[in-house]
Design a protein around this ligand. Structure first.
Ligand SMILES: [Zn+2]
Length: 319
């Protein structure tokens, strides 16, 4: 129904003649948000964004001048030192397959994350029903959820898809040997998370760009990690680009995409990739989904007078 002067008038009259407003009862504060679950239709597919919680990320781990960063944070009404940064994952229901992209942190990182299992349950999705898991890359906040909090296989019926370049990097004895001591834990965690799937013959490696299954394809976007991958979802002429870790801080990196993250494996490559992806989604008016954009992290990118601007999608009641 469209709201017109006539229908609005009838609704308003009904309200006025209706029940008296009851007095407000005293109630305890809820103290927490409702489940972190949001759905978006992409053609005939349904994509469910599932929150794993948030990580407090310091602004000082981004490159570039600190004064400029403080101004950008102030402009975005955010604290200038630390930002509560969403960790998002996605379940794509194609109608005959259930595909999970990224898996959250399980219990390896911080008490503010590790909520994916609870939110999957709230979304009515059983981990046993997941047919395939695609990993954008093998950092702990994307791969660790392959295992439950007691280190069992979390998705017993799923194949696990990782880019060959990404897998090669994290499993190379040579690179491991040369990695600084503080990064060795990243390698150990990536290897331990995929191992039970590899042992069961369920680890599948893909090369850069290509279609993994009907309507779901991968796009190589290296820099943040060497095999960092975007996932393009396409159905009935609609598209969504799941861009993983192209952006870690929306307030800094949309206006100034040259700001790199200390955890980028190759910062210059990550910057070039970010600009290339921004230009592509601006030109194609493509909806994007970000792992670290504020939940649910769905939106569009526009050109601004300097740099780019993020335009989140409005909450949509109708699917
Ligand atoms: Zn990440």
């Amino acid at each position: 129904m469209h709201i017109t002067r006539r229908t609005f008038g009838i609704a308003a009259l009904g309200g006025a003649l209706g029940h008296a407003v009851p007095a407000l009862a005293k109630a305890p504060l809820a103290g927490a948000q409702a489940a972190g679950v949001y759905r978006q239709k992409v053609g005939g597919f349904e994509v469910t964004v599932v929150s794993d919680g948030f990580l407090p990320i310091e602004t000082k781990i981004f490159s570039g001048d600190a004064d400029g960063a403080a101004k950008l944070m102030e402009r975005a009404f955010l604290p200038k030192d630390v930002v509560a940064t969403s960790v998002n994952e996605w379940v794509i229901n194609t109608g005959d397959k259930l595909v999970l992209v990224d898996t959250g942190t399980s219990n390896v990182l911080a008490p503010t994350v590790g909520r994916m299992a609870k939110n999957l349950a709230a979304a009515g999705i059983s981990p046993a029903a997941v047919d395939a898991v695609i990993l954008t890359h093998l950092h702990p906040d994307h791969v660790a959820g392959l295992l439950t909090t007691d280190k069992a296989v979390a998705f017993p019926n799923a194949s696990v898809h990782v880019s060959e370049a990404e897998h090669g990097f994290w499993t190379s004895p040579d690179i491991y040997g040369k990695a600084p001591a503080e990064f060795k834990a990243f390698f150990d965690l990536a290897r331990a998370s995929i191992k039970p799937y590899a042992d069961a013959g369920k680890l599948m490696l893909f090369k850069g760009d290509g279609e993994l299954m009907s309507g779901i394809s991968t796009v190589a976007a290296p820099g943040h990690t060497m095999g960092h991958t975007l996932v393009r979802v396409a159905s009935n002429g609609s598209q969504l680009l799941i861009w993983g870790d192209v952006v870690h801080n929306w307030a800094l990196q949309f206006p100034e995409p040259d700001r790199a993250l200390a955890f980028d494996t190759d910062q210059q490559m990550a910057i070039a990739t970010r600009k290339k992806v921004f230009d592509m989604v601006v030109a194609d008016r493509l909806m994007i989904a970000g792992a670290h954009l504020p939940f649910p992290g769905l939106g569009h990118v526009g050109k601004a007078s300097t740099g780019y601007a993020y335009v989140p999608v409005p909450w949509n009641e109708q699917l």
